[in-house]
Design a binder for this molecule. Structure first.
Ligand code: PEP
Ligand code: MN
Length: 362
């Protein structure tokens, strides 16, 4: 068996700063062999920077596997010793933080079910006071950027300097293509608000199934995410948790191979010149859109005036449905999605009503 130098603080630093950062490993640590073999086969792909494994599993329903507990931590130590790959574990309580640090876990993460609970986040943050360890914070299970931000603030206030974000999607009721709806716009907004924090994507928990992992991972990279965290197991079908979304280390290696890695920028002058031209066109079209919207609102005000003079209510629902149906039909011909057209015209309608209300009140 090959023995590699255990990961030092510098190695962890180097990995933390690497782009793209690739974290992979089983949903849960199950046995020593499973952890060690997964780590070795992941290391053999040459593409994995950090090994993940759940030791304490927050399960939605009782009765399913709730994690192997502290006894699994030495297995991670061993995996690290054999491969040189730093390890990451989810923590949700002060005791779990203490145990993970005691067994040299290099990176901690706060899970989605913990991020929703300020008491738990505060407990973890308090346990981290005075500790120099990188912490990743998953989005809360509900689509609430304030909760996510609150967790970041609590951990930052505890003195943690290296904080990263994990986008793992949001729970929704009923059937959907995804286990957790990605709601990409929320992660993009979180990134916009916190440009200094790394944002990595968790296709495994977004998809909940293997067949769409590749496309979600590619989308994240196309959106300039800083990396991926993905579940990988030596025997995915028999995994003790999240079996449907796990893939073998070799499948993961292939998936990473197939990703088209893009960067946010390039030094090529030709590219910049072409992009600038297209962006000017967009700016020009946006100006025209605004101009037209302004004119539309003026017409809405005139309509408001007529309604007021004739004692008619501002809102006529049948008219509104008519506008939406017309727009959806026209939009379809122009290649615009129904979802977009509906959202856009809802916003336009609201603005129209506000303009008419102003006329009614004048
Ligand atoms: C996990 O990473 O295995 C996990 C429990 O994820 P989440 O907190 O995103 O549900
Ligand atoms: Mn999992």
């Amino acid at each position: 068996m090959q023995i590699t130098e255990p990961a030092t603080k510098e190695v962890v630093q180097q990995k933390w700063n690497k782009r793209p950062l690739i974290i992979a490993g089983p949903c849960s640590a199950e046995t020593e062999e499973q952890v060690v073999q997964t780590a070795q086969r992941l290391a053999a792909t040459g593409k994995v920077d950090v090994l993940r494994a759940g030791i304490w599993k927050p399960r939605t329903r009782p009765g399913s596997f709730e994690g192997i507990g502290t006894k699994g931590l030495p297995w991670l130590q061993k995996a690290k010793q054999l491969t040189g790959i730093p390890v990451a574990v989810e923590v949700a309580t002060a005791k779990q933080v203490a145990d993970a640090l005691h067994f040299d876990v290099d990176i901690l993460w706060i899970g989605a079910r913990t991020t929703v609970n300020p008491f738990s986040v505060q407990e973890v943050a308090d346990a981290l006071r005075g500790v120099d360890v990188p912490v990743l914070i998953k989005n809360p299970i509900n689509p609430d950027l304030e909760l996510w931000t609150g967790a970041v603030e609590r951990v930052a206030k505890a003195g943690i300097k290296q904080i990263g974000l994990i986008h793992r999607g949001f729970s929704s009721y009923g059937n959907s293509e995804y286990r957790n709806a990605p709601m990409w716009h929320l992660a993009i907004e979180m990134k916009r608000r916190n440009p200094e924090l790394m944002m990595i994507n968790d296709p495994s928990h977004i998809c909940g199934r293997r067949d769409i992992l590749q496309e979600v991972a590619q989308k994240a990279i196309d959106l300039d995410y800083d990396g991926l965290i993905m579940e990988s197991h030596v025997d995915p079908d028999h995994a003790w948790s999240d079996a449907k979304q796990q893939i073998t280390p070799e499948q993961l290696g292939e998936m990473l191979n197939n990703i088209v890695w893009r960067k946010e920028d390039t030094a090529s002058a030709e590219y910049h010149a072409a992009l600038e031209k297209l962006r000017n066109q967009i700016n020009h079209l946006d100006d025209e859109l605004m101009q037209i919207l302004g004119e539309r609102m003026k017409v809405a005000e005139k309509i408001g005036q007529y309604k007021k003079e004739n004692n008619i209510t501002i809102l006529q629902t049948t008219r509104w449905n008519e506008i939406l149906e017309r727009a959806a039909k026209k939009g379809e011909k122009l290649g615009l999605s129904k979802e977009f057209v509906t959202k856009y015209f809802d916003a336009v309608h609201l603005e129209s009503i506000n303009h008419q209300t102003k006329v009614f009140n004048s």
